[in-house]
Design a protein around this ligand. Sequence first.
Ligand code: EPU
Length: 420
Amino acid sequence: MHKIIIEGGKELSGEIKISGSKNSAVALVPAAVLCDEEVTIANVPNISDIDALDEILNHLGATVTRNDDMIKIDSSKIENKVIPEVISKKLRASYYFMGALLSKFKKVEMYFPGGCSIGARPINLHLKGFEALGAKVQEKDNMFVITADNLRGAKINLDFASVGATINLMLAAVKAEGTTVISNAAKEPHIVNVATFLNNMGAKISGAGTSEIKIVGVNHLHSCFHEVVPDYIEAGTYMILASIIGKKVTISNIIPDHLESLISKLEDIGVPMEIGIDFIRISAPDKLMATNIKTQVYPGFPTDLQQPMATLLTQAVGKSIINETIWENRFLNLNELNKMGATTELLSNSKAVIVGPTKLHGKKVKATDLRAGASLVIAGLVADGKTTIENADYILRGYEGIVDKLTNVGAKIKLEQSNE
Ligand code: EPU
C-alpha cells in the first residue's frame, strides 16, 4: 500500500498533459483478444488497472509487449483458461473478458469482477444480453459459466444505458451470426473508441455514440493500429483543481467536446476558461459560486467527476446540492473532507449538501475508492499544512503519473510506501 503526502496551499501553474482514457483502455485491452493477429494500441495510460489486465493476458497465453504508452498484443495462441479470482478481483474491467472470450471460444468461466466499492455493481444486464445472443449463463459460488453453441445476432434493449454492458455486448456480438441491435446503449466517448477499434480490425459496427448501436457479425478480425482517446475524467479532475488554485493552468491533449457538461458547470460557478482545439486554460477566479450537481449518463454530468467536484464546492460561496444518480455509495469522501474542515452533510444515500466556503486544513485521511482519492488530492492541495492520504493505491489505478504531473505545475506532493 502507498500513501500520498501533500504540503498544500501552493498556487499551481503550467501545463498538465492528459493521458489516454482509463475506462477506454481497460476495454480495448480485453477486446484485443478477439483478434487472431497482433494489434497495437497507443496512448495507453500507465496505471495499475492496465497492469492487472496485462496479468490476465499473460495468464491466457497472449504475447504482450509494452513500450512507453504503446502495447502490442498477440492473442493468436491464447487458451481458454479460467482467470484466477485473485486477478479478476483486482479490477472491474476484468468482466470484458466475458464478452471477448465468449465470442472467441463460445465458452467462458470467470469469477465476479472486482473494482471500487461504490455500489452493488450488478452485471445482470451483461448476462441478460449474452443470453439474448444465445448463450447459457450458469452462476455458482461467485463463478459464472457462460456457454453457447452458436452466438446469433439479436435485438437487445438495455434497461439502463450501462457502459459495461454496452461494451461487453459489442464484444460478444462482433462475430455473432447476423445482426445485433443494442438500444438504450451508453454513449460515452469510450464506447465510440472501442467500436472504432473493433471496426479497425474489420468489424461492422455503426451508431456508436448514439443510443442505438448496430453490429453486423463478421468471421475474422485482423491486425490494426489504434489509439486510446484522451481521458476526459482525468482532464476534468485537473480542471476542477485549477478552478480552485490554478493560475493559467493549461490542460492539454484533450477533446473539449467530451467535457461540455463540466465546462457548463464551471461557467455557472464563475470560472473563466480559454478553450482551444485540444486544450483548456484555467485560472481560479476570486470567488467560486455554489451550484447543484446531478450525475447522469453521458453527455450529462459524469459520476466520476462528482467526488472531485465536491471538493471544489467546499470552496464555493453558498449551499450546493449533489444528487448522485448512478452509484449508491459515492459519498465516502465527504467524511474525510469534513475532517479537513468542510461542512458537508449526507441527506440520503443519493443526496448531499455542501455549504461553503470553508477553510481546509491538512489532516490524515483515507481514500475509499479512486475518485474519492482524487477528491482528497484536490483537498490536500487546497488545504493549508500537511495532508496524508492513506490507501493511495486506489488513486494509482486511474491517474497516470499523478505525482509527477502535479509536481510539474508547482505542487508539493510525494508518494511513499505506507505501513498501515
Ligand atoms: N447496472 C446494473 N446492471 C448491470 C450493469 C450496470 O444495474 O448489469 C447499474 C449499476 O449498478 C449502476 C449503473 O447501472 O448503477 C451504471 O453502471 P455502468 O455499467 O454504466 O458502469 P460500469 O460499466 O460498471 C463504468 C466505469 C465507471 C463509471 C461508470 C459510469 C469502467 C471500468 N468503469 O462502470 O468508472 O463510473 O461506467 O460512467 O469503465 C471510475 O472510473 O471511477 C469508475 C467507477
